[in-house]
Design a protein around this ligand. Structure first.
Ligand code: 2RA
Length: 329
């Protein structure tokens, strides 16, 4: 079955990666529509050897015969246009944080909770990149050893802020100026992603905490997070400390992770083997290493989790959700 697919935010970093992933995965498309803001109107984009013209996104855009729309155009565009798309019987898969915590909107990572797309009512939310890469290994560990508490510490690439973030890193090498961040990012780490909330945490930290509970469907989990921007172009790394309810052998933990869907274990410190952002870049797997017991608590481990934040963290996960929708059509 071929579908009529729209991409909203087609000229952004994730939007352009959608096209790459759709080609790589041979997603069956009948008609393709590319939408972006007025400033991108008329731009030419190539897809499967054909040239497409970017159209300005308007309230009329979804009057066309579109089955699925992939959004990556920021929260305000999603807030305004996802409901319009839904009214026109378009199923929306949205990358922004606008809808993620809505009760009647599923938040989906296909390796973790694919069944949740069954109760969508027109909009499905794609989780935050740093959350996606963590829940992929956390899910099988939770199923096997029952997680009690998680401590996240992230090392996030500047591509998480799109082209602006990339420019700031490049600029930083020259003038150390930063339009996009409150301080220079070159040769620096910024413990500040998105805005600060009343409780002293950033929105990014609260996203990781709340989205993890929703995706694993376990609101008893005790979770805290510190999210940090680092001078890396592509790939987020996360140090994950986990406390389990049940005792375990480290061998069992390795076995669960080695058999986990979407996970590649890279862990042999004797040969300096552990996940690296530069190796994860351009792939769709989640790499796990530095797996070791946390000797400071009864049943705990530490691990290092790395993935390409633009692919598995955003574009690929969204296309995988669209593939789940295809199966239901
Ligand atoms: C970031 N996770 O890395 C956020 C949004 N992509 O900036």
């Amino acid at each position: 079955k071929k579908v009529n697919l729209a991409i909203v935010g087609a000229t952004g970093m994730v939007g352009r990666t959608f096209l790459k992933i759709l080609e790589e995965r041979n997603f069956p498309i009948n008609q393709l529509y590319l939408f972006a803001s007025a400033k991108s109107k008329g731009k030419k984009v190539e897809f499967r050897g054909k040239e497409y013209t970017v159209e300005e996104l308007t309230e009329e855009s979804f009057k066309k015969d579109i089955d699925i729309a992939l959004f990556s155009a920021g929260g305000s565009v999603s807030k305004k246009f996802a409901p319009i798309a839904k009214e026109n019987d378009v199923i929306v898969v949205d990358n922004s944080s606008a809808w993620r915590m809505e009760k009647d909107i599923p938040l989906v990572v296909p390796e973790v909770n694919p069944q949740d797309i069954n109760w969508h009512n027109g909009i499905i939310a794609n989780p935050n990149c740093s959350t996606i890469q963590c829940v992929v290994p956390l899910k099988p560990l939770h199923d096997t050893f029952k997680i009690k508490r998680i401590v996240y510490s992230t090392y996030q690439a500047v591509s998480g802020s799109g082209m602006a973030g990339m420019k700031d890193l490049e600029n930083g090498l020259k003038g150390m100026d930063s339009e996009n961040y409150p301080h220079p990012i070159a040769f620096n780490c910024l413990p500040h992603i998105d805005v600060f909330m009343e409780n002293g945490y950033t929105k990014e930290e609260m996203k990781m905490i709340e989205e993890t509970k929703k995706i694993l469907n376990d609101y008893e989990l005790k979770i805290t997070a510190t999210t940090v921007r680092v001078p890396v172009k592509y790939g987020h790394s996360v140090s994950v400390n986990i406390e389990f309810e049940k005792p375990f052998e480290l061998e069992e933990v390795y076995k669960v992770l080695e058999n986990a869907e979407g996970v590649v274990v890279e862990d042999d410190v004797n040969s300096n083997l552990y996940p690296l952002q530069i190796n994860a870049e351009g792939t769709d797997e989640v790499y796990v290493g530095r797996i070791r017991r946390d000797f400071s608590i009864e049943n705990g481990i530490n691990m290092w989790v790395v993935a390409d934040n633009i692919r598995k963290g955003a574009a690929t996960n969204t296309v995988q959700i669209a593939e789940l929708l295809l199966k239901k059509m």
